[in-house]
Design a protein around this ligand. Structure first.
Ligand SMILES: [Zn+2]
Length: 305
């Protein structure tokens, strides 16, 4: 595989990241551009096609194919996006369009699943028998690998940990229910709580920064985030008993989330036989985990069940 590379694309609502990745998960070259989703899917796919062509032109290696990670439901076998509200895409034949533009084979994967595969194959703690990955971004992504099989389930929904209810009387979620984990612990959940409690428009990053500077209200929001992060993690541990959980995404860049309080609260809430067993760590691939994870489809045999 030494002379080969694959192209991973992470098409998010804000940016499109594209990279050339080798079989060891090394990022050889990368491009990031704004998505400009308001221009419509045709323009966005044309832009992705240009990024692919430019990465191919710069590659000294043979490119095996392209994997596109999308923020929503995909059908890899049919080569279609099913529903990606953050891009404004409904059913769309992404593979057909990109293959016509680039002449390359194209695979599709959900972005949370891509991040999970990246951590599973190339992260620090490799290939646990049961491995759970959580992405704390605008929403919450989650994915599960069991015995080298990525679990997507019979309906393609996989593990939607972000929509586990942790506060029945909580805020309204995009899914129409109340108190989903995502309404509290995601970046948008932190922004919403800052608005309610501090009466300010702050980003999640700004809330963490203010907490570090000693702002008591921001500190209370961070404490509440840790509290609910722990409740959700403990629920997931009780359900899946994973050996390892990796947490990535923008919110997880805040080191203080991985505090003693988090681990103590998780321990308090896990089933007795699971206490002290599960490793919970910050994602090791960071910002490009989606690109690197998507590319694994060209280098590793992974059963998607
Ligand atoms: Zn929900």
């Amino acid at each position: 595989m030494e002379n080969y590379a694959a192209i991973g694309i992470d098409a998010g609502g804000t940016n499109i990241k594209a990279g050339l990745v080798d079989a060891q998960g090394n990022l050889l070259s990368v491009q990031v551009v704004p998505t400009r989703k308001e221009q419509g899917s045709e323009q966005v796919l044309a832009l992705i096609g240009e990024m692919i062509a430019s990465l191919c032109a710069s590659s000294a290696r043979k490119v095996l194919g392209v994997s596109v990670a999308l923020p929503g439901g995909v059908d890899d076998q049919a080569g279609k996006c099913l529903y990606c509200p953050n891009l404004g895409w409904k059913e769309l034949p992404v593979r057909e369009i990109l293959t016509a533009l680039t002449g390359l084979s194209v695979r599709l994967v959900n972005d949370a699943n891509a991040a999970c595969l990246g951590e599973y194959f190339y992260g620090k703690g490799r290939q646990a028998r049961a491995f759970l990955s959580i992405t704390l971004g605008t929403g919450i992504g989650s994915a599960l690998v069991l015995q080298n099989q990525l679990y997507t389930g019979p309906f393609g929904a996989g593990v939607e940990a972000g929509h586990m209810v942790v506060e029945p009387a909580g805020a309204l979620c995009n899914c129409g229910r109340r108190g989903c984990w995502e309404t509290i612990v995601s970046a948008s959940g932190i922004v919403r709580r800052a608005k309610e409690k501090m009466h300010k428009e702050l980003s999640a990053k700004e809330v963490f920064q203010l907490a570090r500077e000693g702002d008591p209200q921001a500190q209370a929001i961070v404490e509440e985030t840790i509290f609910y992060l722990a409740i959700g993690l403990a629920n997931l541990i009780n359900l899946f008993s994973p050996e390892e959980i990796r947490i990535g995404g923008g919110v997880a860049q805040a080191e203080e989330l991985f505090s003693k309080e988090l681990y103590a609260r998780v321990e308090e809430n896990v089933y007795p036989t699971l206490k002290g067993k599960v490793k919970i760590e910050q994602s090791s691939l960071g910002y490009y985990s989606g690109i690197i994870g998507a590319s694994t489809l060209w280098f590793h045999d992974i059963n998607i069940i």
